[in-house]
Design a protein around this ligand. Sequence first.
Ligand code: NAD
Ligand code: UDP
Ligand code: UDP
Length: 336
Amino acid sequence: NSPVRPPPTPSPLRFSKFFQSNMRILITGGAGFIGSHLVDKLMENEKNEVIVADNYFTGSKDNLKKWIGHPRFELIRHDVTEPLLIEVDQIYHLACPASPIFYKYNPVKTIKTNVIGTLNMLGLAKRVGARILLTSTSEVYGDPLVHPQDESYWGNVNPIGVRSCYDEGKRVAETLMFDYHRQHGIEIRIARIFNTYGPRMNIDDGRVVSNFIAQAIRGESLTVQAPGTQTRSFCYVSDMVDGLIRLMQGENTGPINIGNPGEFTMLELAENVKELINPEVEIAMVENTPDDPRQRKPDITKAKELLGWEPKIKLRDGLPLMEEDFRLRLGVARKN
Ligand code: NAD
Ligand code: UDP
Ligand code: UDP
């Protein structure tokens, strides 16, 4: 016996259709690492107007400096845990700290950002009839018991651990997305993003690729957290942005994994960084943090079939592109 549900309320007309204007796109968290690259890509299309809402917790205006003052661009200091009343056609909802040291810094705030922030963006989507994309995460799979992870896997997540504010927060955010879709007919898209790297990552944000590259450039030891055999699969940011836009523009709600299936142990990553950036540095084994997932690799069959997407940039090609940006920001030129 199927539950009785009220019919979805019809969506209001899309803003752009109503006013015959450009596509107006909101990016929450657009001053951050992935968000600012997404802004760059969307601004290339002259029919897009881009609005960024960000509280600058981990992002910065610097990432968007080339767009400030542009007639099709607007930047709002706004915390998504507060309601936002604007008129838009599409919402890319990225706002949320992504690096463990930042999301663990104020875990209650991280949960509010994921839950209340996503609720507010869904309320906004409902009011104006916008399509909304959530950047969820591979962390919803927790310490996965199946490998590689496909979207049908429900995950192995500790609900009371120090990472839970982030991974359980994103799981509730996904639930809210589907409930607004079923209950109110909102057009939703969910991307499950796997580890992403590239220029503009915070130099001291604590994630492994940024740590190793900054350490190699500064001539410090590369800190591999024990045991070093844990794996991750790293996607270059331009591939990620391409996948997110395809998902938004396509007809599938997801969730869809977006990531690069090339899997490396942390020791292998350290060896690659050492070889490519500074062969003189040492690799040091240091203590790990609790609940560190032991392996992670996306199954991207769905992304390939439904979005025609797969990553193009291999780790060994992406690392030097990131090195260039880090050298500029650290003010350390390459020897030779
Ligand atoms: P980031 O920390 O660089 O960007 C997050 C942005 O959100 C920042 O600009 C920050 O200031 C803003 N923000 C945080 N809390 C906010 C709030 N309450 N209100 C408004 N703005 C707020 O991180 P990123 O790597 O660009 O990640 C972007 C999104 O992708 C996040 O949702 C993250 O969970 C997801 N994701 C990223 C990765 C990755 O490897 N980078 C992996 C999985 C998922
Ligand atoms: N909301 C928002 N912008 C809008 C519309 C709604 O931020 O344009 C917020 C609103 O404040 C509420 C949340 O989104 O907290 C959910 O809104 P919805 O209308 O779905 O629920 P209700 O307001 O009935 O609780
Ligand atoms: N890690 C590491 N050295 C560092 C930072 C992280 O070996 O300086 C490891 C960490 O233990 C984890 C992996 O790198 O196994 C990825 O960590 P990160 O914080 O980048 O992302 P996440 O755990 O969210 O995938």
